[in-house]
Design a protein around this ligand. Structure first.
Ligand SMILES: C[S@@+](CC[C@H](N)C(=O)[O-])C[C@H]1O[C@@H](n2cnc3c(N)ncnc32)[C@H](O)[C@@H]1O
Length: 305
């Protein structure tokens, strides 16, 4: 196979659908239909200023499918039997930015305030040594793996602790990356050195420049697809910690309200809910009390931290 010579822009050799995509247009009415569809599927509300962003993010889907207009794409993606294409559309439009140990104050809170309390309680026989965490909106896995490394270090299995992490997202693409647990070494900067040394494998030869999460850390995390707006939440577990960070920011008020209510019901007694630093819950009706920036516990159960 030989590489094709670069084609100067504008030359007629481009296939018709490619040329048309370059000038994708979206009428306000069609944008409104996409807005409602995406909201219905994900809870994400794209504001009116996001029209260009939507064009940009969907243009790759159109190119792959060789569909020339967004109107035709809308007709396709709304067909009942096009579930898989709706999944691809969601993958294309979600914002998946994340980092290891993002918002380090949250991890410091867990290590300095939650862990000592759980240890003391377990010593008194006041709680079991089983800890359940949920990373809701886990993107490519950096958040749940950060939790796993932290708790593997602070509550080791050798001392009888059993820490399990449920990590969920609606993006199948992100979940596949997360399960693989392979990252560029450039992402290691925020991982505390001792954890990096003990829990990440550095790639050699063809894996140079990459790192892989150690199997003992991967085994602590169960990745599952879960749409926070449409799917049932885990019914059987009450979580000691739920992280739902930088997810609600894209939801409209009603979806935010409902999600916070449902997450609160999944908290164990004195369980902690962490949201993103920019996600103010002051406009939400809830039974939550703030303990630290973007850290909440249920009213009446917060005094213990
Ligand atoms: C910006 S990332 C945040 C990742 C991580 N929590 C963090 O703070 O670094 C937001 C993630 O939320 C996911 N998401 C958006 N809407 C969702 C929904 N309705 N249900 C589940 N996940 C959703 C996206 O796919 C994306 O991976």
């Amino acid at each position: 196979m030989s590489r094709t010579a670069p084609r100067p822009e504008g030359l007629a050799a481009a296939p018709a659908w490619d040329r048309e995509i370059a000038g994708l247009s979206l009428t306000p009415a069609l944008f409104g239909r996409f807005q409602r569809l995406i909201h219905q599927e994900t809870g994400i509300w794209l504001g009116d200023s996001k029209s260009a962003l939507l064009c940009g993010r969907l243009s790759r889907r159109l190119r792959v499918l060789q569909i020339p207009t967004l109107a035709q794409y809308y007709d396709l993606v709304t067909q009942l039997d096009q579930h898989q294409e709706r999944v691809s559309m969601i993958d294309a439009i979600t914002t998946n930015e994340t980092r290891f140990f993002r918002d380090p104050r949250h991890f410091e809170f867990l290590a300095a305030r939650a862990v000592p309390r759980w240890r003391a309680q377990a010593q008194r026989g006041g709680r079991s040594k089983t800890i359940r965490l949920w990373s809701a909106g886990c993107s490519s896995g950096e958040e749940p793996y950060s939790l796993a490394m932290l708790f593997r270090r602070h509550l080791p299995a050798e001392q009888g602790w059993n820490v399990s992490i449920l990590a969920t997202d609606l993006s199948t693409r992100m979940l596949a990356q997360a399960r693989a647990g392979i990252y560029s070494l450039t992402k290691s900067a925020n991982i505390p050195e001792p954890l990096l040394k003990d829990y990440m494998l550095k790639g050699k030869s063809q894996h140079e420049g990459q790192m892989k999460v150690m199997p003992e850390i991967q085994a602590m995390v169960d990745f599952r697809k879960l749409n926070l707006i449409q799917d049932p939440y885990p019914a059987d577990a009450h979580f000691d910690v739920i992280l739902c960070r930088n997810v609600l920011i894209y939801f409209d008020l009603q979806c935010k309200q409902k999600t916070i209510e449902r997450l609160t019901r999944c908290l164990a007694r004195s369980g902690l809910l962490f949201v993103g630093q920019a996600e103010n819950l002051s406009t939400i009706r809830s039974q939550l009390k703030i303990l630290a920036p973007a850290v909440y516990a249920r009213e009446g159960e917060h005094g213990v931290y």
